[in-house]
Design a protein around this ligand. Structure first.
Ligand code: HEC
Ligand code: HEC
Length: 272
């Protein structure tokens, strides 16, 4: 039996009473697309036009609300304690202090800067290969080889040629059902998502969105930082699950509540 689904639906049934008291609680249902739809954009404009201050009170509700950021369990179903034996990574989202303290890996938010910290990418970045199950281990051989290769300097070396490159063509190497190159095969989108080419060393090192960024006069988005696996999007994408745990890759990455939370962070993440 799938742990995630069980938790997800059990939790939703148990706490759904919260759903009706919060303005954006049901928006996920109308917001299936990849881009923010008109209604969501209009909601965000109200927050900006009136420079509305987001209080911790609303954030506390979001942490307790199922479906708050798209269809999925409430954060506090899993993140209840600073003890890593009792809650994933010792991240306690039941209090303002807990949110600001972060996990055993340090803070997940940087007050004033929602682009920094792990919260933003955990909420928006789907784990790869797209649609891979949440409970797939994060230390599969292909993941370990990728980490080692990046730590060694990400060169076009034996490890890359014999292990890393072939893993991008193997549908099962990262615990999913599709190979990376089925979706990332060239610098052209379509058909290649994010213009990311995982068919050669050159393509991997060039990074994502080379063509789109060039049109804006910007460099491509690097997905590998030689020597630094924990700063390399490529490695993070195959080892970090999008939150809430078990959320579908089809859920919008621009849910209004996510932006409300970003706004609270940008306003200094105040606890009152
Ligand atoms: C079904 C259980 C579950 C739910 C619900 C859940 N998480 Fe998680 N979360 C996990 C697990 C398990 C991990 C650690 C393993 C991983 O990365 O997948 C984690 C890790 C994290 C991390 C990374 C912490 C670190 O050490 O860097 C953040 C941030 C996070 N969750 C935030 C959230 C937020 C915000 C919500 C609500 C939107 C949420 N989680 C809901 C299970 C859950
Ligand atoms: C079914 C298609 C599909 C497969 C298979 C797939 N991806 Fe992706 N990938 C996407 C989509 C769509 C996005 C952008 C949306 C998102 O972030 O969820 C993306 C984004 C990425 C990014 C982020 C690029 C950036 O701009 O920062 C990386 C890195 C990535 N994928 C790596 C991989 C790797 C490695 C694999 C194989 C383990 C893989 N992908 C398999 C569809 C796919």
């Amino acid at each position: 039996m799938n742990f995630v689904r069980k938790t997800k639906f059990g939790a939703m049934a148990a706490i759904s009473a919260f759903g009706c008291i919060v303005a954006f609680g049901n928006m996920a249902l109308a917001d299936e697309g990849e881009d923010m739809d008109d209604v969501d954009a209009a909601v965000m404009h109200v927050l900006e036009d009136y420079d509305i201050a987001i209080g911790y009170d609303y954030i506390a509700t979001l942490m307790r609300l199922p479906n708050a950021f798209g269809e999925g369990a409430a954060c506090v179903v899993c993140h209840t304690s600073n003890d890593p034996k009792k809650s994933p990574n010792g991240l306690d989202l039941t209090s303002c202090e807990g949110i600001k303290k972060g996990s055993v890996h340090g803070p997940m938010i940087v007050p004033g800067k929602h682009y920094e910290g792990t919260f933003r990418r955990r909420m928006r970045d789907n784990r790869m290969p797209l649609g891979v199950r949440f409970d797939v281990p994060k230390d599969m051989p292909a993941m370990q080889h990728m980490k080692q290769w990046i730590a060694n300097g990400a060169k076009n070396d034996e490890l890359f040629k014999t292990k890393v490159l072939p893993s991008f063509k193997d549908p099962n190497a990262y615990g999913g059902e599709q190979s990376c190159v089925e979706c990332h095969m060239s610098n052209q989108e379509p058909p290649s998502f994010h213009e990311l080419d995982l068919t050669s060393h050159k393509g991997v090192m060039l990074g994502a969105d080379a063509v789109a960024k060039a049109a804006e006069g910007l460099p491509p988005v690097k997905v590998v930082i030689p020597g630094k696996p924990m700063e390399s999007r490529l490695y993070l994408r195959v080892t970090e699950n999008r939150m809430p745990g078990g959320i579908g890759a089809d859920q919008s990455r621009d849910h209004p509540n996510m932006h409300v939370m970003f706004r609270w962070i940008d306003q200094g993440a105040k606890c009152n």
